[in-house]
Design a protein around this ligand. Sequence first.
Ligand code: GLV
Ligand code: MN
Ligand code: MN
Length: 415
Amino acid sequence: MKNIKADAKHIQNWLEHINSFNSTPDFGTTRVLFTKPEVAARDYVKSEMRALGMTVKEDAIGNIFGIYEGTDPTLPPVWTGSHIDTVLNAGMFDGMSGVVAGLEAVRMIRTAGVQTARSIVVIVYTSEEPTRFKLGCLGSRAMAGKLGAEDAKKLHDDDGKTLYDVLDELGFPVDAFDEVPVKRGAVHGAVELHIDQTGVLERDRKTIGIVKTICAPSVFDVVVTGRQSHAGGTSMDERRDAYMAASEMALMLEHLGRTSTSEYTTVTVGRVDVIPNAVNVIPGCVKFSIDIRDCDFDKKNELIGRMKKALSEIAERRGVTYELTEYNNDHPMKCEPAITQKIEAACKAQGISYEYTISGAFHDSMLVGEFAPVAMIFVPSKDGISHSPEEWTGYDDLAAGTDVLADTLIAMANE
Ligand code: GLV
Ligand code: MN
Ligand code: MN
């Protein structure tokens, strides 16, 4: 925008205020879906939306829509936004930056008196992080028609509470679950600003990353069962050690990731439970998670095929059994060139450096892309560290990203 720039101070204030809703103030930020701090953060964002002249709505799964009305509200709107829930002991930027950039873009548009034909909607998607229900992108997944009331009745947290019951208790209109899916054509396009979580922008000294493809995850749980026995009494030949089998499985997974021929693949074993977890006991059972990401769906599935073969081979050789449960196998999302070109034009017009990049992290845009054209604007993160209390993004970079976002939204909203 010519006459008005994003204000880094506003962005900082909003982020710090959201960050004050935190279950672990002594060690990063933890804001898990529908815990007290998360609900308080939602209320705060809704009140800020109203203060900016937006009408606020929520759907059955808790997605928040802040609607800044255009001159022709009958036209399909333009969406922006991200999430405000976090992983455990996270930072204050992953997700929140995209919501705050949306608020600041609306503030700029409003202050400048710019009128757009289409409405601009700032969205807080419910639980992008899989922290509570082990499945990510709950809100956008439901919008894409991939998570209905029956699924919400099956998803449960560590205390055995289902997503459906939690929503119901909080007063969300669970009877209207059928109204959550968004029809193709109902949204003109969606742009999400997010922090780069790889470090590539910092390394390349670029302020903006224009995302080409969003990698998609496949998530599994593995339960390896061996035989629990005495650490001294069981000879090396006799043991059926679930931990050693799981370790070999993990190294096999790392090897598959390292030798992938895809443009971008990651394989992570992030959660491990060793049972009984005692110094002088050979573990009889190990449970661990597998998170595989790829920007190519076919190559991801080939890798999963190789993984399944290798898991059986390791289990058989080590005399253990295993059970593999798949949670999701999502599709990578290609960003819409008609929108990425607008982002590029905004960078050029404002003299902001940029490059095209791939998102190794998943985002709500991955699922929104199932029913609307999507694109993403990345801003640098320090050392590429995220999902950590050390996560950091400069407020000036966020302001530059917001300037680009505002121009992109205006261009889309006047189409
Ligand atoms: C989302 O935060 C992810 O794990 O990519
Ligand atoms: Mn995240
Ligand atoms: Mn995120």
